[in-house]
Design a binder for this molecule. Structure first.
Ligand SMILES: Nc1ncnc2c1ncn2[C@@H]1O[C@H](COP(=O)(O)OP(=O)(O)OP(=O)(O)O)[C@@H](O)[C@H]1O
Length: 657
């Protein structure tokens, strides 16, 4: 479909005088063309260039060479943009030297009914005014439409059917389009007198339908701000800036290493240990032993995990360590998953190590909410946690307990230092199962432990609601909570603290959960909203990854200095044949200059062009050589085909020494 013509002269220049592409002289020597393509263009077998067959056929002279002068210049009827001048004539139009930035190709007959192209000036735009444009009523449409209806809905074309899923049309579709092209149809030519063309067009609607516009950045919601197109910025194409920064900080934290640490180089199959503890003052409050937390990389899968070391612990009964198996089976989004447990002497003592998931940059509830309490130097007063956040915490902890108790286990340790905040309002119960190994309890006390779990949640919530980690659960504290938060929240706090087999609200975790069902649904709805927002962000990055792959391919092909003899007997591979388009396309996308010769740095143009290339759109663009001697009119679909062919050639090239 592409055509090539020399620039600037109404007479045109012969191929022989133009420097590129190589092989055009063969074309001029009238080597027969093959592969008649859509809309009457043909592809030359030697140089891969596209020529307008129909335009050639109309002339009396049989050979390409004889017709070159007439056919392949800016005056060529097929390629003269129909920008009407003041006199209604487009004869004097020539392609600008800055043709790379020219308006899209507009067929000459568009004058009859379409809106004016962007390049039309005020003076001549009168010619395009709506009042002068007769309403388009295609002849033959009525019959074709009725014919389709009479055949039933099955005869209607499925707009997706012809799409081959790879960004272009399937071969059958191309054949249909070629058949339509044989009837000399220009889908944009709205000449009502040409009934044959009109009828053919409407009988083959799918031949002209664009593929699904999936390649354009789909504005998948939710959209909080009502931004207009001109208010959008480059960031709108990509993941939100705050999210990007947060993810990058987390990625950086995950990859952090300590080059000169005193820690052992390897612990079992883990290496690159980095301490996560924020102070070196340890206490035995939680487990009865000092404990340390490290981030470490697994030598098995390269992923990052957390190792919690219980210092100086000796396993006296293998059964105790076996209890970890039951914890490994539990997967709950409000818990830090336990993955493994082993003993080691790598630290110079007998240590017990628990392997858990790593949640980068997380903080304990104590660090998040009571930092000023634990760190008197931090003078900033801690703000009260909003009630909605507290309900969110409560529902998450309850959800974790529901699974734990359902598996016949008890958390046993729910304290401000053993619940971590992994995201905004997102918490996880940490260190589950450790007490079962280091302080094994009798099975008969399980029910009591489970009730104690519920009371521990109550104490934690009380601490958060009063902003005091040492808050004592009594009537006065509840009264304070009642003054700050709703009566419902206060009563639920009271029920939590008073959990017992006879309490109708909190006698077990399932009963308690049904009593806060309304809040569970609120939190569930919030979670769904968050999921929608994250999915929407994901959609923006969807296009980026495809474009990166496309740019990688183009990068492999463009300006390839070696392989000068691939596919061509002479000349540089990446500079000849269809690859030459790719070089010009690269200029078209990245190296455009404006009328003042300044570089055009337009992200929108780059993204649009690359997306259209990836989708293999039928839209035509004008590519101009750097010396401005050659101009090609080519579709994205053809460029896409060239990219694929060239890349296949590259990847199939045998290794060279
Ligand atoms: N699974 C995890 N992923 C990421 N960071 C974690 C994980 N578990 C703990 N941390 C972080 O490690 C640090 C220390 O955690 P730890 O549980 O030891 O708290 P602590 O306040 O030191 O408690 P203790 O006083 O009992 O030692 C905290 O900043 C915590 O956020």
């Amino acid at each position: 479909m592409a055509t090539t013509y020399t620039q600037g002269s109404s007479e045109g220049r012969s191929w022989a005088s133009s420097p590129r592409p190589k092989g055009r002289a063969d074309h001029a020597r009238n080597i027969p063309c093959r592969n008649i393509q859509i809309y009457g263009y043909c592809k030359h077998e030697k140089d891969g260039c596209m020529y307008n067959h129909d335009a050639m056929k109309t002339a009396a002279a049989p050979s390409h060479a004889e017709n070159l002068k007439k056919r392949f210049n800016v005056e060529s009827p097929s390629f003269t943009p129909s920008l009407p001048d003041g006199n209604g004539s487009s004869k004097t139009n020539t392609i600008s030297p800055k043709a790379a930035s020219a308006a899209p190709f507009t067929p000459k007959t568009a004058k009859a009914g379409l809106a004016p192209p962007a390049a039309v000036t005020r003076s001549n735009s009168a010619e395009w005014s709506n009042s002068e444009i007769p309403e388009f009523v295609p002849q033959g449409y009525q019959q074709a439409h009725q014919h389709q209806l009479s055949e039933g809905s099955s005869s209607l074309q499925d707009p997706f059917a012809s799409y081959d899923g790879t960004g272009g049309y399937s071969e059958s579709d191309a054949a249909a389009a070629a058949a339509a092209a044989a009837a000399s149809i220009n889908p944009y030519a709205q000449d009502a007198t040409n009934s044959a063309a009109a009828a053919a067009f409407f009988q083959q609607p799918s031949a002209f339908s664009q593929p699904l516009q999936y390649h354009l950045y789909a504005p998948v919601g939710p959209h909080r701000e009502n931004l207009l197109a001109y208010q959008r910025s480059a960031h709108d194409f990509f993941i939100a800036e705050n999210l990007r920064q947060e993810f990058q900080r987390k990625a950086e934290a995950s990859l952090q290493v300590l080059p000169n640490s005193n820690l052992p180089a390897n612990i079992e199959y883990f290496h690159s240990l980095v301490p996560l503890d924020t102070s070196n003052q340890k206490n035995t409050n939680s487990f009865g032993y000092n404990s340390w937390v490290y981030k470490a990389t697994s030598g098995k899968d390269g992923n990052v995990y957390v190792l919690r070391r219980i210092e100086n612990f000796r396993v006296t009964n293998d059964k105790d360590i076996g209890s970890v198996k039951a914890w490994k089976r539990i997967a709950n989004a409000s818990m830090v998953t336990i993955l493994d447990c082993f003993t080691t002497r790598a630290f110079g003592d007998s240590s017990l190590v628990f392997v858990t998931d790593y949640h980068p940059l997380s903080k304990t509830i104590a660090e998040q909410h009571f930092s000023s309490f634990y760190n008197p130097r931090q003078r900033a007063p801690q703000l009260l946690v909003p009630e909605q956040s507290l309900w969110g915490y409560l529902v998450q902890l309850t959800s974790a307990l529901k699974v734990i108790h359902g598996n016949g286990l008890a958390a046993r340790l729910i304290s401000p230092t053993k619940v971590i905040v992994t995201n905004k309002n997102r918490i996880r119960l940490n260190c589950c199962g450790i007490l079962d190994v280091v302080q094994p309890a009798q099975a008969s006390t399980l029910a009591a432990q489970q009730l104690e779990d519920i009371r521990q949640i109550g104490r934690l919530m009380l601490a958060l609601a009063t902003n005091n980690p040492n808050a004592v659960s009594n009537a006065k504290t509840l009264e304070v909570i009642g003054r700050t938060y709703s009566e419902r929240f206060r009563s639920i706090m009271a029920a939590l603290m008073d959990a017992s087999p006879v309490n109708p609200v909190s006698k077990d975790i399932n009963t308690f959960m049904s009593n806060i069902a309304d809040q569970v649904f609120n939190v569930f709805d919030t979670a769904l909203h968050y999921e929608d927002a994250i999915t929407s962000e994901l959609y923006r990055e969807l296009e980026s990854s495809r474009l990166v792959r496309l740019m990688v391919k183009l990068g492999f092909i463009n300006e390839r200095p070696e392989f000068s003899d691939i596919g061509q007997s002479t000349g540089q591979w990446s500079e000849t044949g269809e690859r030459y388009y790719l070089k010009l396309f690269r200029d078209y996308v990245f190296h455009q200059v404006n009328a003042e010769g300044r570089p055009v740095v337009d992200l929108g143009h780059v993204l649009t062009s690359l997306n259209k290339l990836d989708a293999g759109s039928d839209e035509k663009i004008v590519l101009t050589s750097r010396d401005e001697q050659n101009v090609f009119v080519v579709t994205y679909k053809e460029i896409k085909r060239s990219v694929e062919t060239a890349f296949q050639e590259l990847s199939k090239t045998p290794r060279r020494l």
